[in-house]
Write a protein that binds this ligand. Structure first.
Ligand SMILES: NC(=O)C1=CN([C@@H]2O[C@H](COP(=O)(O)OP(=O)(O)OC[C@H]3O[C@@H](n4cnc5c(N)ncnc54)[C@H](OP(=O)(O)O)[C@@H]3O)[C@@H](O)[C@H]2O)C=CC1
Ligand SMILES: CC(=O)N[C@@H](CCC(=O)OP(=O)(O)O)C(=O)O
Length: 314
């Protein structure tokens, strides 16, 4: 029997990418809500009741309301919004945190899919905090380049239909240091203070590059560049979605933020020297940063191979 999937917000940027991926699958039936009724609570409730898995690809408030509409159903929810990522009873949908995390996701009925910038920071930092190299009170700084699809339909339309001169240049935002991903970064990395976080949106559709610079003298035991690399490489050994590139690889000195566009996996580059290290995650904000991660989580929840969506071992 096919797994029934409901994508609430299917015509948005994240929802559409999930739909495109699932439409190719023989084991999935995507339930199609009518365009006219897709925001009608009584209709959404019927689809929640009919589905095995629901993806919420909605703004935060709409996601909170959608969860309440699912209250008396058996549907298992993957929420791509910020609303539930650190909420009690929800599991954070970044399986590579640990083997236990992948098992938690597999068993959960409520999975909070990570934020795109947060995924890049967490991929580089959490293995270092969990190994004890990066102290919780390290004065962390991160900067993150993103394509404009990260801002959803509204920002895509600004860039593609009403482009003004200021949109031709990279634009830094989050200047007040209150970006919504700080909360999950602190919680998941086990930090005792918020990092300084500088996101930058630029004139290309999708792709992210998230960099965390580190002074090794402030890390526990003053590790070498090699030790930082080895810690990350050991953490991600055998992972299908996160790959640590060979030590010092820097693509000829230029790491492009759109290098992984269209892909669902993430690459980590460790560059620099024994005093100053750059840990950089390159991925697609719509791939491992949103829709790709959501499908990886769904596959885990269905007991399937997270990458292929086939039965494990097939
Ligand atoms: N874009 C990205 O790279 C990432 C996005 N996310 C998160 O994913 C979620 C979706 O974002 P994104 O796809 O970019 O946003 P979009 O604006 O592209 O899409 C959101 C969709 O939700 C629909 N919608 C809004 N309110 C309701 C409602 N009450 N009921 C049903 N549908 C509704 C919108 O409808 P309408 O078309 O009528 O406006 C729109 O189609 C957000 O929470 C976002 O923060 C997470 C990681 C990365
Ligand atoms: C370019 C741009 O605006 N990007 C969004 C991030 C998109 C994302 O990951 O959003 P959620 O946390 O809501 O899922 C931002 O920085 O707010």
């Amino acid at each position: 029997m096919k797994t029934k999937v409901f994508i609430d917000g299917h015509s948005g940027t994240t929802g559409l990418r999930i739909y495109e991926r699932l439409a190719e699958r023989q084991d999935i039936e995507v339930l199609q809500i009518s365009e006219a009724l897709r925001k009608e609570p009584s209709e959404v409730k019927k689809y929640m009741a009919a589905a095995d898995i629901a993806f919420l690809c909605l703004p935060d408030q709409a996601a909170i309301e959608a969860v309440s509409l699912a209250a008396e159903t058996k549907v298992r929810i993957i929420d791509t919004s910020t609303a539930h990522r650190t909420a009690p009873d929800w599991v954070y949908g970044f399986p590579e945190l640990s083997q236990i995390q992948a098992q938690r996701i597999a068993k959960s009925d409520r999975v909070g899919n990570p934020g795109c910038h947060a995924s890049g920071v967490i991929a580089g930092v959490q293995p270092l905090t969990s190994a004890g190299i990066l102290p919780p009170d390290y004065p962390l700084v991160c900067f993150s380049l993103t394509g404009y699809s990260g801002g959803g339909k509204k920002m895509i339309s600004q860039y593609e239909t009403a482009k003004t001169d200021d949109l031709l240049a990279p634009r830094q935002y989050g200047l007040g240091q209150t970006h919504k991903h700080l909360k999950e970064i602190v919680a998941i990395c086990g930090l005792s203070q918020k990092p300084v976080f500088s996101p930058i949106v630029d004139d290309y559709y999708c792709g992210m590059e998230v960099t965390v610079p580190l002074f090794t003298a402030l890390l526990k035991g003053k590790p070498t560049l090699q030790t930082v690399w080895e810690t990350l490489a050991a953490h991600y050994e055998g992972c299908a979605f996160v790959h640590v590139r060979p030590l010092g690889e820097d693509k000829g000195g230029f790491l492009a933020a759109n290098d992984m566009s269209g892909r669902d996996d993430l690459e980590i580059f460790v560059t620099g020297n024994d005093e100053r290290v750059l840990v950089t995650s390159v991925f697609d904000n719509l791939g491992k940063g949103a829709s790709g991660a959501a499908i990886q989580n769904m596959n885990l929840m269905l007991g399937l191979d997270p990458k292929t969506g086939l039965n494990v071992g097939e």
